[in-house]
Ligand binder design. Structure first.
Ligand code: ATR
Length: 293
């Protein structure tokens, strides 16, 4: 069912806040969710000066906005800004979603929907089971830290976090140790020389493909037919996807994760879960461009 667009002058306002932010696909994704669910939502972009994130967000909220998504480099500041944080935001120590609840409702809520978005994309969209599987997470920066809690919650047998700087991998593993034990998941930190082998799912959360230096581990990390997923999409993911396919893996980019994390934020704000399938198909066509015979 296609619903008519709402009168945007009365719609509840949201935005994606970041720097840079002009290339963000989030406004397009949320516009489709709003249309599909009949929610009166107007979602824009909020470019924040690097030294004035807090002031921009406070002004946006004071003008009546209901919440925002937050992208690089402000996810840590967003986490600090909120009165309340979800457990998955606490584990990540970073937030990609703020809901501007009034003090009478407990104050601003910070959430991190990246990890649940990733887990839902893997299990629901890619149709790959995480429960009982062995997972390799490459990288220990903000992207990896943002997804580890929900990955553990999906119940794999083991998660290895491998990073160039082992101490950083160890730090996020230590932070998630209790969570992993509660979920019966073996969790360990490794360097790039000994990441282990034959994983069922390999997730790239590093910026290595952006720097053009290639995939920094050998193909022994893949079991035949493994899922290899880069959290990025478009040209930034291409080298990783080519590598994965050349070594017999099922390659997947981060577009599904992008749509799923957006759906989780929308659900948190509006109490209605949008259907992601048609939105992901639309975004896929936009990103991949027209296919010619
Ligand atoms: P983000 O917040 O996007 O995760 P980040 O915090 O800068 O960005 O982290 C980038 C990740 O990519 C880190 O895990 C980094 O490894 P280090 O912790 O050792 O710096 C990893 N990375 C970046 N370039 C890399 C490369 N050429 N080879 C291997 N790992 C790389």
């Amino acid at each position: 069912m296609t619903l008519p667009p709402h009168d945007m002058t009365t719609a509840d306002r949201y935005a994606v806040a970041g720097n840079p932010v002009e290339h963000s696909r989030s406004p397009l994704i949320h516009a489709q969710f709003a249309q599909q669910t009949g929610q009166a939502v107007a979602y824009g972009r909020l470019l924040c000066p690097l030294d004035a994130f807090k002031a921009q967000i406070l002004a946006f909220a004071a003008a009546g906005a209901k919440g925002c998504n937050v992208t690089v480099p402000f996810k840590f500041e967003a986490f600090e800004l909120a009165a309340r944080r979800t457990p998955r935001a606490e584990l990540a120590q970073a937030a990609n979603t703020l809901r501007f609840d009034p003090p009478s409702d407990g104050g601003w809520l910070a959430d991190n929907t990246d990890g649940v978005g990733l887990a839902r994309d893997i299990t629901l969209n890619a149709g790959v089971t995480l429960a009982g599987r062995r997972v390799l997470l490459l990288g220990a920066g903000g992207a990896s830290a943002g997804v580890l809690g929900p990955l553990i919650e999906a119940g794999p047998a083991e998660v290895v976090v491998a990073n160039r700087t082992v101490d950083k991998a160890q730090a996020i593993v230590d932070r998630h140790a209790t969570w992993a034990a509660q979920h019966g998941v073996r969790l360990s930190a490794h360097g790039l020389q000994d990441p282990g082998e034959a994983f069922d799912v390999f997730i790239n959360g590093t910026a290595a493909s952006l720097s053009g230096s290639g995939v920094p581990v050998g193909p022994q990390v893949l079991r035949p037919g493994a899922l290899a997923l880069d959290m990025m999409y478009g040209p930034a993911a291409q080298a990783f996807l080519d590598w994965a396919r050349a070594h017999g893996a099922v390659a997947r980019d981060g577009l599904g994760m992008l749509v799923e994390q957006a759906a989780e934020s929308f659900t948190l704000w509006r109490g209605v879960r949008p259907d992601t399938a048609p939105v992901l198909a639309h975004m896929r066509a936009l990103v991949d461009g027209p296919t010619h015979p």
